[in-house]
Each structure stands twice: as C-alpha cells, then as structure tokens.
Design a protein around this ligand. Structure first.
Ligand SMILES: NC(=O)c1ccc[n+]([C@@H]2O[C@H](COP(=O)([O-])OP(=O)(O)OC[C@H]3O[C@@H](n4cnc5c(N)ncnc54)[C@H](OP(=O)(O)O)[C@@H]3O)[C@@H](O)[C@H]2O)c1
Length: 197
C-alpha cells in the first residue's frame, strides 16, 4: 500500500514556519542543500528543479497534499505540476495544471489514495493539515534545522496530546548542522486507539 510521508523542514523547537509564515531563519545554503535536492528531487518546485538542472520523476513520490495556506505561500498556480497536487480548502478554489482543490475530508481522500496504485504520497504541510492527517502518516522525513524560532506554526498544528511511536530508519547529519531523520510508524499500533488507557 502507498505510504503517506510527511517530509518537512522543522526547527529545533518544532516549528515549520514563524508565526507570520516566516521561513528566512531556515538555512538555504550549506552541504545539506545539494544532498537533499538530489535525494528528494520530486519535492522541489517544478520551475526550480528546471533551473537547478535537477531531473524529476515520480518513482518515489507521485502525489503531494497541501493545506490552503501552504499552497498560497508559493504564489504560483501549480508549484509541483510534475506531481498530482491536491489542495485542501473548505472556502477557496484555484485552477492549475495537475492541481485540484477539494473541500473533502483529508482523511477520506488519503484513505482512498492509499488504495490506488502509485508511489508515495507526500504530505507537504502545513501544520493544520498535518494535525488532521496525523493518524494516517506512515513515515516522517524531518529536516531538522539548527535554529530556534521561539514561536511559529507547529509541526502538527494544535494536535491534542496523544503519544505515537515512530522508529528511526536513517539519519544523516550535515556539517551545516541540518539533520535529516527518516522515521517509520511502528508497525502493529492501531491508528484509532482510544485517548485514555
Ligand atoms: N517548513 C516546511 O517545510 C513547510 C512545509 C509546508 C508548509 N510550511 C509552512 O506552513 C505554513 C502553513 O501552515 P498552516 O498550518 O498555517 O496551514 P495549512 O495546513 O497549510 O493550511 C490550512 C488551511 O488548509 C485548509 N484545511 C486544513 N485542514 C483542512 C481540513 N481538515 N479540511 C479542509 N480544509 C482544510 C483550510 O483552508 P480554508 O481555511 O480555506 O478552508 C485551512 O485554513 C506556511 O507558512 C508554510 O510556509 C512549511
């Protein structure tokens, strides 16, 4: 079955952006950049990949999910048009190549996507959508940045307290201080456990 992978940059204190969506505190230069861009080429916006000379394919990821706020940050109609793009919004719509905006429940959409043929489904973000989809996430790829933001948009929005166990698959530390960790949901744990023992 296809996996839902939350691949995201996060600060040491657990934020994916500043309180107003700021991301200028993230390290955009350093030895991590080329390695990450090569390994996760499908997650680079289509236009950037072309200008970097990076070849993109859909063998690792063929679908990306975005909350409306994440989609809106890009400022372009179809940022990842080499992928199937699904944007969630209850209030807005947009048109773009290989892009659909839906007000359907993200959990229903993801469970349906997982039954279809294909490679992994990339959960791009942001925190609000990740909180909704937390129980369906199979794998985390966290690009931990060596910075503190102090406040901002949390990795999982306002998800309530509920411990979930993931196992480390691989971790790579770069001289820049960025650490990329891949973690897989521990098998056998029910995704619909009660919240009390
Ligand atoms: N560090 C990184 O790698 C990274 C990656 C991605 C995003 N980000 C950052 O994260 C920030 C955005 O995160 P965010 O938490 O504010 O917002 P978000 O999750 O991107 O988008 C929230 C919006 O998505 C829609 N939505 C969310 N849950 C929904 C649901 N269950 N059903 C239907 N629609 C739903 C709603 O839009 P409507 O209000 O229109 O209904 C909601 O207001 C941006 O600043 C972005 O740059 C960072």
């Amino acid at each position: 079955m296809r996996e839902l992978v939350y691949y995201v940059a996060v600060t040491l204190d657990g934020f994916i952006a500043g309180p107003g969506g700021e991301y200028d505190g993230f390290l955009m230069e350093g030895d991590h950049m080329q390695a990450i861009n090569r390994r996760y080429a499908a997650t680079i916006p289509t236009d950037f990949a072309a200008s970097f000379g990076v070849t993109q394919d859909t063998s690792m990821v063929d679908t990306v999910l975005m909350g409306w706020n994440t989609y809106a940050v890009g400022g372009v109609p179809s940022p990842y048009r080499h992928l199937r793009q699904i944007v969630f919004s209850r209030t807005r719509t947009a048109a773009g190549e290989n892009l659909e905006v839906t007000d359907e429940d993200p959990l229903v959409v993801v469970r349906r996507l997982k039954q279809e043929e294909g490679s992994a489904i990339w959960l791009c973000g942001g925190g609000a959508l990740a909180a909704t989809l937390a129980d369906e996430i199979d794998r985390l790829v966290l690009k931990r940045q060596p910075v503190l933001f102090g406040s901002g948009i949390p990795l999982f929005g306002d998800r309530p307290y509920r411990p979930e166990r993931f196992d480390l698959v691989e971790t790579t530390a770069y001289e820049s201080g960025v650490v990329v960790s891949e973690l897989a949901r521990r098998p056998g744990l029910s995704r619909e456990r009660p919240t009390t023992p």
